[in-house]
Design a protein around this ligand. Structure first.
Ligand code: TRH
Length: 371
């Protein structure tokens, strides 16, 4: 019998995370679990932004051991896979659901949910939901930070590769710049932080992916927004605009950095595997629901820090996410002073996460038990 067939369905809502998480999952399923994986995605151009081998004009292609197809609701269904992953409740093509309902042996249908540190996730992970209209069952897989959740994607050998990379990295000398990666959403606190870094008593080298922080750069540089490959220096601050790179190269950027500003979901997880100090800006949600997500994560993450460092971390994260420039600058000094402690804590935290079930392997076991 040939390899089991898994289809991952992805509709890009916004930004890169939906595509990023699905690409990472599809690659891991194919590479580490010898599965025959197809990623069906509605916006190839988004995937091509960080996977240059992808040709956004081709409806079907193979890349990194994964068959990549444009998600087309009108396309004929063809042979059903053994397992269907519906990412982030994106909705399967109606014809696909109809074919599954008509099938004597419908695929195992799993909805991959968004990551959250909120305690309720422990109570709903793995839940089955009957789809009465189609007489199908849909399971819910919740990534998370406890053993009662679906865990996090951690490719095999990732942490060894990180350790080998960081061991080769020269230690930062006293005259060396503080290396910051800034991958955040539009944030009104940035110009004030750029000012503080430009007037800092140490050099600061800030790497910004192209298209990130544009409004703040426009304001701070009086309309002279640099493009990818360009660098700008003001006072002690050097800004380097980088073109988008592959997910693996992005990992190495986080591994090399002294402080990572990350956002959304996938870069948030990768910053934790990087075991370097980081600041998280979740995807802004209505009624500030994203602030609850920060508090839930900080309740888990900051717990391992002493009181002074915990206050410094929480203070800066909350000011940054409140887009409060004055507050962020006021909190920066204590945050900066605690960076070494955050680095040591980051290693402990990554070690704790690595002891949890790994998402892809858990998903494969779960599905195999229901085939
Ligand atoms: O791009 P994001 O803001 O995506 C968001 C979130 O996923 C959010 O949960 C979702 O609701 C929203 O989209 C719709 O941030 P995220 O999740 O960190 O995804 C970014 C991806 O881009 C991640 O896989 C890393 C990748 N990336 C690269 O591969 N190369 C790069 O150079 C950069 C900057 C990013």
């Amino acid at each position: 019998m040939g390899a089991l067939r898994w289809d991952v369905f992805c509709r890009v809502v916004d930004n890169y995370g939906d595509a990023g998480v699905c690409w990472r999952l599809a690659r891991a399923l194919a590479a580490e679990h010898a599965l025959d994986v197809t990623l069906r995605i509605d916006r190839l151009a988004t995937l091509a932004r960080f996977e240059p081998a992808i040709d956004a004009r081709r409806a079907v292609q193979s890349c990194a051991g994964v068959r990549v197809c444009t998600l087309d609701d009108a396309a004929p269904v063809g042979a059903l896979p053994n397992v269907v992953i519906e990412a982030f409740g994106c909705g399967l093509p109606p014809a696909c659901v109809a074919a599954m309902a008509a099938s004597a042996k419908p695929p195992v249908w799993i909805n991959l949910e968004y990551l959250s540190a909120e305690p309720w996730v422990d109570t709903v992970h793995g839940m089955a939901s009957a789809q009465p209209r189609d007489d199908l069952t849909r399971y819910f897989w919740f990534p998370g930070f406890t053993s009662h959740t679906g865990g996090l994607i951690r490719e095999s050998g990732l942490l060894d590769a990180r350790d080998a990379f960081q061991a080769r990295e020269p230690r930062r000398g006293p005259a060396d710049p503080l290396r910051i990666v800034l991958f955040c959403y539009p944030n009104r606190a940035l110009p004030a932080l750029f000012d503080a870094w430009a007037e800092s008593d140490e050099p600061v080298a800030c790497t910004i992916p192209e298209g990130v922080g544009t409004a703040a750069l426009d304001q701070w540089l009086h309309g002279d927004v640099p493009h990818a490959g360009q660098a700008v220096a003001r006072g002690r601050l050097a800004l380097d605009i980088m073109p988008f790179t592959t997910q693996d190269a992005f990992d190495r950027l986080l591994w090399r950095s002294d402080l990572n500003f990350v956002r959304g979901e996938d870069s948030f997880v990768r910053a934790q595997w990087a075991a370097r100090p980081f600041v998280w800006q979740p995807y802004p949600q209505e009624e500030n629901a994203h602030l609850l997500k920060i508090d839930a994560f900080l309740a888990r993450y900051a717990g391992g820090l002493d009181e002074r460092c915990g206050r410094a971390l929480t203070g800066f994260w909350q000011s940054f996410n409140a887009e409060d420039g004055v507050g962020a600058v006021a909190a920066w000094a204590d945050f900066r002073a605690a960076l070494d402690a955050f680095g040591a804590h980051g290693r402990r935290w990554a070690g704790e996460l690595a002891a949890l079930p790994e998402l892809t392997a858990g998903l494969v076991d779960f599905a195999r038990g229901r085939l």
